[in-house]
Design a protein around this ligand. Structure first.
Ligand code: MG
Length: 271
């Protein structure tokens, strides 16, 4: 499968979903798409046929407000019928603005930021205690790393030497109210995670091959958990959304959505 083409198709679904519903977190969705595509289509041992398989890999979207990207992927992979997504954000729909575990394929409710890594630490520790081969993946935002609970989980991951745990930080350098450096400076993220004892891999986070290589490297790292600092572009793929703090939570007009999809189609055509 051409993962880059798949990522563009998923981005188109995200734009459509958010425009139709009138709500969503388009900037963070588009920044994290490549990471989720590599995990769901290449790396993780997860499928609709193995929802209750105790050896399935575990995934936690800790930056839960970017659930539209996850919905688009789960629908495409057949965890639920794609047409159910027309109810996204509608009254009484189960497809709400954050992950909830009533939806097939979603392990845990998330999006109160700062909780997902702690849950992932528990899942990884459980795998060891039960002698199961699954790996646990957690995706956080960089703004999310302002939460103190992230660092409590980081300490626990190191303490228990959880080499079956891989975390991502979607390092797009923006959060809801400004740049990360304006709100709560975190450079160097790499040095911070290394100081907490983690194996740190810093990559270009919208580069599918770099993502895939980093995940492979993490699998072969023993004795400590890995964090992949994915240096991404918020709004990646749609030029008028890229790197604009206002697009954290802004909704495209019908005309903007049309322009966004046209640009994504152009990008796909030259892959
Ligand atoms: Mg961010």
């Amino acid at each position: 499968m051409d993962l880059q083409a798949k990522a563009i198709d998923i981005r188109k679904d995200i734009v459509t979903m958010i425009q139709r519903a009138g709500t969503g977190h388009i900037g963070g969705d588009l920044s994290v798409t490549d990471i989720l595509v590599d995990l769901y289509y290449k790396q993780m041992n997860i499928s609709p046929e193995q929802l209750d398989d105790p050896d399935r890999d575990r995934f936690v979207l800790s930056k839960g407000h970017c659930v539209e990207a996850l919905y688009a992927i789960l629908a495409d992979k057949g965890f639920f019928p794609k047409d159910e997504l027309v109810t996204y954000a509608k009254y009484q729909s189960k497809f709400i603005g954050h992950p909830n575990n009533k939806i097939p394929g979603i392990e845990v409710n998330s999006g109160s930021l700062g909780h997902g890594l702690s849950v992932g630490v528990g899942m990884a520790l459980a795998a060891r205690m039960e002698k199961r081969p699954y790996r646990t993946y957690v995706v956080m935002g960089d703004g999310e790393c302002d939460e103190g609970s992230v660092w409590e989980a980081a300490m626990a991951g190191y303490q228990y030497k959880l080499d079956n745990l891989t975390a991502f930080v979607d390092r797009n350098r923006l959060q809801i109210s400004g740049t990360t450096e304006q709100v709560m400076a975190q450079d160097s993220a790499e040095e911070r995670w290394a100081a907490f004892g983690w194996n740190v891999i810093s990559i270009s986070g919208n580069d599918m091959q770099a993502i895939d290589d980093a995940v492979d490297l993490a699998k072969h790292t023993k004795g400590k958990p890995t964090v992949i600092i994915a240096n991404t572009t918020k709004g990646k793929g749609v030029s008028f959304i890229e790197n604009q703090v206002a697009w954290h939570h802004k909704v495209p007009t019908a005309a903007q959505a049309e322009a966004a999809i046209a640009e994504l189609n152009e990008r796909k055509a030259v892959l």
